[in-house]
Design a binder for this molecule. Structure first.
Ligand SMILES: Cc1cc2nc3c(=O)[nH]c(=O)nc-3n(C[C@H](O)[C@H](O)[C@H](O)COP(=O)(O)OP(=O)(O)OC[C@H]3O[C@@H](n4cnc5c(N)ncnc54)[C@H](O)[C@@H]3O)c2cc1C
Length: 416
């Protein structure tokens, strides 16, 4: 028996849930909305944790999804520091850590992702950090500002944190398996350009190497030792080794999971395998009508937009999730990149603009089709990239030439 009933239950206190709550109200939901989140803060944006918040330029409140009063005004009940412990998808009930049992008409599961931990000798030493929540960002700033910090991983967490900490006086070294930073997402050319930006500002990059172990002194980390035998002195370490979707609750509830991409298996409407239950954000794997394939993407913008799509479908609107995924990243105030995709693979890159002048876009093509595009200072190109990505047409040689010519119009390319 349930202790109480709500129209809409939102599980997870992140951006996907928060934006779902917002859109439920904006689209006319009248019943009770209950959002349950494990963290002590109300829903907030995580990107500042590697950027302005980490550098001490922005406050917690700046990162909040909405100011405190907004939740009351919108009649959205927010339970922080509370977990959903059990979900009975057939009975449509959830048991909270407060022991309360809540029944619902529709629910969203947006439990996000957890950091991937790297097992290595010395991992238990103080001063070794992962980064997901406010508290991690606070601890990293306290340990690393003005000191020697080693970043394990050359993807966006490692690069952004290296840049931000350098900007507040740290000496940063990145250790990564790849040959250039951000190579997996953006290839050698764009990744190499971004690495040069980091190096010009004093970040040292140790490429093609791996963490072997940590060495400590008095219980604190003192050095990182790599597999190639380099010993790098460190007062603090930040590990950015990716994330894994948090499917603990979904698995226990018997929801269908996507073993290939990770996450909860949804259809194009973000419906899970259980009636009335939707998923969104880092935890959702969905059938993309834009790409014609299954996708799971861990980007801020995707969590944000999927929250909206889920809300519309919770209200019975039958709306496919058809937004082209977008990603942004800042290296302090040295460089900002934007990206649409994601390209699962590509066999050709076309550059539009000038790397030397720092204003270019890179187009990732798979069999002549636009699979993704990255912009540094050419944001307008991404609008056309979204169109071409969704059109899924193979460009001919003439069109590819025009793509690479910054003077040529993009609007006619791919128009069939
Ligand atoms: C440091 C950092 C920087 C980032 N920077 C960028 C960026 O620059 N650009 C970009 O595009 N993306 C960025 N991202 C990614 C982006 O923030 C995520 O994609 C987004 O936060 C995902 O939102 P979500 O709501 O799906 O999940 P989350 O934000 O992970 O929220 C899920 C919440 O649910 C809670 N939860 C889990 N299980 C339960 C349960 N059983 N009961 C109750 N609560 C539960 C979790 O504790 C968590 O608070 C960044 C991420 C991080 C960590």
């Amino acid at each position: 028996m349930a202790d109480r009933h709500v129209a809409h239950l939102l599980i997870g206190g992140g951006l996907a849930s928060a934006n779902c709550a917002r859109w439920l109200r904006e689209e006319g939901a009248d019943g009770e909305i209950l959002l349950v989140g494990r963290e002590s803060d109300p829903p907030y944006n995580r990107p500042p944790l590697t950027k302005g918040y980490l550098r001490g330029e922005e406050s917690r409140e700046d990162a909040y999804f909405r100011p405190d009063g907004w939740w009351r005004e919108q009649r959205i009940e927010l339970l922080t520091r509370t977990s959903v412990m059990k979900l009975d998808a057939a009975a449509r009930t959830a048991t909270l850590s407060t022991k309360e049992v809540v029944s619902y008409d529709t629910a969203l599961i947006a439990t996000g992702a957890n950091v991937r931990r790297l097992p290595a000798e010395g991992s238990e030493l103080d001063g070794i950090h992962y980064l997901r929540a406010f508290g991690n960002s606070d601890a990293i700033r306290a340990d690393a500002a003005g000191r020697r910090v080693v970043l394990i991983g050359g993807s966006y967490i490692g690069c952004e944190v290296a840049a931000s900490l350098t900007a507040i006086g740290a000496q940063a070294t990145i250790v990564m398996m790849e040959q250039v930073t951000l190579e997996r997402g953006f290839g050698r050319r764009a990744g190499g350009w971004l690495q040069q930006v980091l190096e010009r500002h004093g970040v040292r990059v140790v490429a093609g190497d791996r963490l072997a172990r940590f060495e400590g002194e008095g219980g604190r980390v003192a050095a990182v030792v790599t597999e190639n035998g380099e010993r790098i002195a460190a007062d603090a370490v930040v590990i950015g080794a990716g994330v894994a979707p948090d499917v603990t609750l979904a698995r226990a509830a018997g929801l269908e999971l996507d073993e290939e991409h990770g996450g909860i298996r949804c259809d194009s409407r973000l419906r899970t395998s259980a009636p009335g239950l939707f998923a969104a954000g880092d935890v959702a794997s969905y059938d993309s009508v834009v790409h014609g394939r299954r996708l799971r993407v861990e980007h801020w913008d995707v969590a944000f937009n999927q929250g909206r799509t889920a809300a519309l479908n919770m209200l019975g609107r039958d709306q496919p999730h058809d937004v082209v995924p977008y990603f942004f990243s800042d290296l302090a105030d040295w460089a900002s990149l934007e990206y649409v995709g994601p390209a699962a693979r590509w066999d050709r890159e076309v550059v539009r603009g000038s790397l030397e002048e720092g204003a270019f876009s890179v187009w990732y093509l798979d069999g002549g089709r636009v699979a993704g595009a990255l912009s540094i200072g050419r944001g307008d190109d991404l609008e056309e990239a979204r169109r071409l990505l969704a059109a899924r047409v193979a460009l001919d040689d003439g069109e590819l030439r025009r793509l690479g010519d910054p003077g040529a119009e993009l609007a006619q390319i791919g128009a069939r």
